[in-house]
Design a protein around this ligand. Sequence first.
Ligand code: ARG
Length: 379
Amino acid sequence: MKESEVAVAPKQQQQSVVCSYNEWDPLEEIIVGRIDGAVVPNLTREFKTFAKPEYWDFFRKYGGKPYPEDLLLKGMKALDNLQMVLEDQGVIVKRPDVIDFTKTYRTMHFESSGFNSGNARDFLLVIGDEIIESPMAYRCRYFEYEAYRSLIKDYFKKGARWTAGPKCSMSDELYDQTFPVDDIEESKKLILSGRYITTEYEPCFDGADFTRFGRDILVSRSLVTNNFGIEWMRRHLGPEYRIHVTRFYDDSPMHMDTTWVPIGEGRVLSCPERPCLDSNILDMFKTAGWEIHKPPPGLCPPQIPLHLTSRWLSMNIIMLDQNRVVVEASEEPTIKFLKNLGLKTVPVDIKGFFPFGGGLHCATCDIRRKGTLRSYFGN
Ligand code: ARG
C-alpha cells in the first residue's frame, strides 16, 4: 500500500460509517456472515461442553472435515436469503471473505482446523463508532478474524475505530482440565453453580455475550466469556458505559441473543426457560418502566440438526427499527406473538443456517443504526 492510500478518512467521513449503540434504532448497514467452506470442529475435550451431546457422534464422524454438502448448501442459501430480505428492506449488507477453514494450523499451544464465519455477532462487537474483535474461546475459531479483515480495514478507512481484544493463547490453561466433560449431568450441575470449562487464565469473550442498551450494556459469564474478559471490556469502554454482569438460569450459557433480547426502547424478550436470576437487573428494568415479555418456544423441525444451539433460535431476531422485526418464516407462534406486540414481521427462511451455530441475530453484526448514545435506565 502506498503511503498516500493509508487510512485517513476525509473530513465528511470522519462521522464514522460505523455507528450503533443499541439493538433497535433504524438499521442502515449490517454484516451477514458466510459459511462457504465451513469445517466441522473436532470433538476435543473442551468442545464437548460447547456441542450438544446428542450430536457428539456427528462431530466424531466429521470433525476436521467439511460439512456434509446438503447441510452446507442449505446453510449458504439461508444466509443468501437473509441478505436479500435485508436489502429488500433498504439495508446495506456486507459479507466477509471466503477463507480456507480446512487448513490445519498450529500455534505454540495447540493444533486445530477451522469452523466457519457465519456468526458475525460472535466475533464482532460494535459499540458506537468502534469495532471490537473478540478474542473468542473455541480453538477452531482462532483465525476466524481473517474472514473479516477486508471489511474491517475498509470501515477503519471510513472513520471507524478498530480494536482487537487481547488475543487468547487458548493454551490448555484456558480450559479447566478437571471439568467432567463426559459426565453430562454433572457438567450441567457445575455450570448452574457457576463453574465453567473456561478458566480465568486469560481474558476471553465473544461479542454475542454482550447486549447493548445505549450506555448500559448487559453481559453474562458464559462458556466462552470469562470474568477476566468482562473486566477487560469494562476498563476498555471506560466510564461512558455501564457494564452489568447478569446471570440467567442456563446450563449451557453462550450468547445472550436467545435469552434476553430487546425489541425496542422499553421492551425486552426474556426466554421463559432461562429467567434472569439477578434481582438488581430485574429491578433496573422495572424501575425504568421496561416491559418484560416471554415468547413461546421455537418449533425448529427435527430435520434441522441443532448441533450447537437450542430451539430458542426462534427468538434470535433482528430489529430493523422499533416497528419491524426480521424473524424465521416457519416460527409461526413467535410471529404471532410479535404481531400481537404490534410489530410488523419480516419473515425469512433462515433455518438452514441453524446447524452452524446461530440464527438471524447471530449471523449478523450491526454496522450502522441511525441514533445517538442514550441512557435508557435513568442516570
Ligand atoms: N446458546 C444459545 C442457545 O442455545 C445459542 C446462541 C447463539 N447465538 C450466537 N450469537 N451464536 O439457544
